[in-house]
Ligand binder design. Sequence first.
Ligand code: OKP
Ligand code: ZN
Length: 343
Amino acid sequence: METIFTEKHRLRDAKSELFGGQLVQPHERPSRAEYVIKRVREANLGLVSDPDDFGLDPILAIHKPDFVEFLQTAWERWQEAGFQGEAMPTTWVGRRMSDKRPSFIEGQVGYYALAGETSISGGTWEAAYASAQVALTGADRINNGARSVFSLCRPPGHHATADMFGGYCFLNNAAISAQHYLDTGGKRVAILDVDFHHGNGTQDIFYNRDDVLFVSLHGDPLETFPYHLGHADETGGGAGAGFNVNYPMPPNTPFEVWRSALAKGLDRIADYAPDVLIVSLGVDTFENDPISFFKLKSDDFTTMGADIARAGLSTQFIMEGGYDVEEIGVNAVNVLQGFIAEQ
Ligand code: OKP
Ligand code: ZN
């Protein structure tokens, strides 16, 4: 399996995450991608290639132009305002408040944020742009006949909506890739999100559409981030009714339980008969992940990959979360090796 990767991910190297009332080094840090690419090479997974540049158009097919312009200019404008730290939201559109966009950068950061932990720092836009190109290049490989590809995206994307950043995400790489398939002749795309956290951004982007099926397995949002979306009764709206499927699960969920939800999700995907399957691959379901509460072991990730391969679909893996930095390389590559052994 070919891996698409660029060192430009390092441009996202923020100092601050708001965690437990303190500013700490972000869990989403450059070493994550370094562990994964190191393991890809050790395991001889296949070719490692730089992304091509598809430009802004496929990003603007998902994200609102004012949001993209905000991401491009936020850090510069924050510094010009004289702030000393990284750009972080301090306000948000609370219930019954106005959706009118503020003009001052401090207000705009709150306007475009869906969560408060994630800062915008120098290089964030450049890294997020490169991450989206890694996803688009993977899609291009599938379009050219590859059975599978690994887009080693960083920063991740599944929390980002059309016009909001947060949860370590800025541009929704999986959504941008899905739309690219549809804009290059695809009719139906399925997205299977196995990250520990609910992919609220991906759900929101495609909620009213039937050309993208979204299936997510995640920690119950009553108990964990993103808290305000991801319940089982969110099944899609309008033309998208029935095309959004959530499997929230409680603390300490073991692999056997998680795997039976995966089987149900894969059945739903088989019924949908998509042209391509995108897997939002987070490995923060691991038992030792520092911010999550499922109990998957390293071998379980191999089984996961084999289960996904048996769907028999052209499959693009897109990296999302996973924070036990020593182990995420092994766990991510186990999924890919499990897939290859069964494909
Ligand atoms: C991004 B991805 C833990 C707070 C963590 C942000 C989590 C973002 C996860 N107490 N808040 O889905 O892996
Ligand atoms: Zn996650």
